[in-house]
Every structure is written in C-alpha cells, then in structure tokens.
Design a protein around this ligand. Sequence first.
Ligand code: ADP
Ligand code: MG
Length: 576
Amino acid sequence: MKKLFPYLVYLKDVKMAFILAILAGIFYGASTGLGIPVLIRYLYPKIFSNEAISVMTLTLICTLPVIVSAFRAGGNFLNSYYLSYCGQYILQQLRIKVFAKIQNLPIAFFHKRQPGDLISRVSNDTTILQQTIINASQEILKQPITLLGAVSYIVYMCFQQSDVVFLIIFILAIPLCIVPIRYIGIKMRNKARAMQEQTSELTHRLAQNLSAVKEIRSFCLEEYELSRYEAVCHVLRERFLKVVKYTSILSPSIEVIASFGVAMAFWYSYKSKIEPDVFISIVGALYLSYEPIKKLGRLNSEMQQGLASLERLENILEEPITIHDPAVPHPVGKLEGNIQFKNVSFAYEMAPVLRDVTVHLTAKKTYALVGPSGAGKTTFAHLIPRFYDLAEGNGSITIDGINIKDMRLKDLRQNIALVSQDPVLFNDTIYNNILVGKPSASHEELMTAAKRAFAHHFILELENGYDTLVGENGSMLSGGQKQRIALARAFLKDAPILILDEATSALDANSEQLIQQALEELFKGKTVIIIAHRFSTIKHADRIFVFKSGEIIEEGTHDLLCEGKGLYEELYAKQS
Ligand SMILES: Nc1ncnc2c1ncn2[C@@H]1O[C@H](COP(=O)(O)OP(=O)(O)O)[C@@H](O)[C@H]1O
Ligand SMILES: [Mg+2]
C-alpha cells in the first residue's frame, strides 16, 4: 500500500470529489453495518409482537427500511462514482507521466528494451490498473466502514447483554480470516507479475510479426511464427489461470472460516438462551462483518495485480534520463556550424566503435563520410545531435566553440536537419509529414521545399495530392518517394547543419542525378555531412573522410584521395 502514497498528491486536484466520495462512503457504511442490524433489533419485534400498533407507527416502521436503503443506494452510487473519478484522474496523470518520460528517454534505452514490452506496459498494465481502481473504488471505503458499523453494533450488544462470549467468537474469527488473505496476497503479486511479463511477451511477438509481414511470407515462416505464438499463448493461459485460482479460492476459504464463527454463535445462543431478536441481529451483524472481510480480501488480491502493474510502469519512470539539458545552458540561437570533434572515442557496449577521432568541420562546407559498413559513420553523425553522449574522458564535440553538452537539447537539435536512410513517416497526410520540418511554415514555403526536393511532381500525381495518407510508416509510398519527402522536410527545416545518412540510397540513378542539383542548392551556406555510397554524390564534397573500424584513415578531396592509392581509391575503382 505504501507504494500508492506518492500518487495521492494528485488527489489535491480533485479534492472536492474525494471528500464527497468519503462522505458518501460513510453514509453507506453506517447505514449498512449499523442501520440494518438496528432495524432488525428494534423494528421487527414491534411487527411480530402481539401488541397493536397505531397506523402512524406502522407507517413509520415501514418507511424506515426505505430510508435506510435510500441512504445505502445514494451513498453507494456517489461513493463508487467519485472514488472512480479520483482514481481515473490519478491514472490519467500516471499515463501522461509515463508517456512524457518515454519522450525524454535516451535512444540507448530503446535498444535494450523490446518495443512490445513497452507497449504492453503502457497499454495492458495501465488497463489492469484501471480495473484495479474501479474495483477498489467500489470497496475500499464502503467495506471498512460497513465492518466498523457492524463491529460497533456487536460490541454494543455484547456489553448491553453483559455477554462477551459473542465478542470473543467474533474476534477469534477475524485473525483466522486474515491468514488466507495475507497468504494469497503475497502469492498473487508474484503470479500477477509473471502473467504481465507473459502479456508483454505476447505483445512483443505480435509486434514483431506485424513488422515483418513480407519476410515471413518470403521465407515461409508462417508455421514457425504460429507455433512460437501458440507457445506464448499457452504459457499466458497457464499463468492467467494461476491468478484466477488464487483470486477464486479466497472467498470460499473466508466463508468456511466464517461458518465456524456462526456455528459457535448457534451453539452458544442455545446454551445461554438468548432472545431470538437479539440472536438474529447479532448473527446479521456477524454476517455483515464477514462480507466486508471477504470483499476486502478479494480487493487485496486484485490490488496485488494492480501493484505488480504499477511496478512495471515505475520501472520506466525510474529509468535515468542520461541525456539532458545542462544546469546552466549556454544561450544558443542560429549556429554557424563549425563542428569540432576532439579525441572522440565511443562504444555502445564494450567494443569501441569510434577511436580517438579528431576532425574539424568548417562552417558552410560539405563533408562526405565513406567507408565499409560498420565503420562508424552513422555513429559519428548521431553524436552531433546528442543521440548518444560521450562518456567522461572520451573527448568532446563542440559547435562554434561551444560544447554540445552545454547547450539545451532543443537549441542544439533545432540547428540540425537529419535525413536517414530509412526515414520514418507518420501515418498522416503528405502535407503534415513535410510540415514536421517546420510546423510554423506557410503553404508556399512547404510547396517550395517539396519542389526543391523533387517531390512535388509525384505528390501531385497521387489521387489526393498533398492530402494523401501515407499509411503506417509510409507503406503506401516507395522507398525513393519516402526519401524525397524526408528531404523536403530537411529543405523546409533549413537548419545550418545538415546530415544526410544514405539519404538518397533508395533513389534510382536517374532521380539521384536530378536531385543532385537540388542538393547542391540545399547545401549552399550549410555545414553538410553526407554519408553515401555513390561516388557521384561524394565527389563534389569539399573534403572526404574515409572511415575504417572507427578511425579516419584517409582524408582529402576526391582527386587527392584518388592519387593516394589507398582505401578510397580502391572503393572508387570498384564502383566505376
Ligand atoms: N545501437 C547499437 N548498439 C550496439 N552496437 C551498435 C549499435 N549501432 C551500431 N552498432 C555497432 O557499431 C558499429 C558502427 O556502426 P555504424 O556507425 O552504424 O556504422 P556505419 O554507419 O559506418 O555502417 C557497428 O559495428 C555496429 O554493429
Ligand atoms: Mg550507417
């Protein structure tokens, strides 16, 4: 329960609803736990006595159950509704908090976590929490107060009858009920956690399958995939049934324990010749107090499921944000684009990917990075917008003399346009997909950018033009079309630093030649880092860096490097 405390601060935003819920719960609990036994004890004997009663009294007697029920009904509804209101508000805040956290997590986080697991945490676990909150709202106040009411009545009656044996019977039975509640609660948490982990696995399998529909068909993996999915489903069902087993066994065990209490009450009542109405009201109160215990026990096991889900969400919330704004950011407007790598070394895990790289990229010049795949070119480019940070003592990267770690992330990234090999499009219109580059752009600006990226023509040929929906991750478009939209975004963003990571690789030679002119236009006045395989693109760069195993082994202009008879010349000779 302590785990819930940090979230209770959100209650101050909904305090009126919360107070109302508590008051309604008190009304409900008091009218149930106390009201019903009192009715039995004092009103029904009047009806069954031989004395005649006036019409007034009879009317009053008959009205009282209606009044008690009205209190119960009203209290019940208001309590459940307003507690749910508060609970759902807290859940909403939690959902937003988790999503906001995901927006700020460093990219490395997403390499170590499966997307299916994250989706499952954000959707399934919050749904479980939602159900827990609904269930808890039904019971968490009403049942303890009902219990309190019923217990007060029993205590009162026992003292009035100077008979404490009932009290002892009752008190003895309570710890006995707590035993299964505690035991099952502990079991539940682990079982629920195991079940939720399996749900993550299921989501992960599904997400992976959906992202590889073509590969599965071309490699005939349908049956293999199906059997893997079946295995996961099977384990999930088994784990789910364990949770059901523990949830379902609780009420019956409490009932059995409670029946011993009632049996002893029978026995004792016979021995001590208790009045029937006293007996009935005490047994009624006993029953009314076991009912809340049963429900609270059940709630406890449901809460364990909710807590297991909460823990899984907290795992995300507790994840450290390793890449963040500096405490005192260096004010940065539009940068010139002088980029300096000083003794930069970098590793994702253990193996070094960049080794002691020192380069200076002068503003407004074009640089090409070439080299075999896996040489570290993409990594080099990704360090500039701080997708990854350099570890302490592993060199520094500055732009215009300012360490990139001293800038606000937003300021830094505002100055960089990055087009990657496989650009991601949102499932939205083409227009909105380009607008991502500069959300404040006018219609004309956007059209100009599309024209310059040689995207305008093919867009107009589509049935709905700029309003065409591109499908999930641009599935309605070809690779080349997607790249042109990504380029249009970069044109629109018009940042002083431009990084093209194999951004024209999906274009056919013809389109690439066309776009080449446009690119030269785009490159003017910008610091450009272009990673490419085609030498037609690389040739024109002011300077070329040749990467091999995380080091720059050659650098110079195209002509200079060709004379050198090194790796560059070798690569060039192969292509031409
Ligand atoms: N997220 C990652 N986690 C671990 N290793 C990575 C990751 N990304 C790339 N690498 C490794 O880093 C090396 C350089 O990769 P990369 O910079 O993408 O090369 P290039 O762009 O030159 O082909 C490769 O050996 C690759 O396996
Ligand atoms: Mg690469």
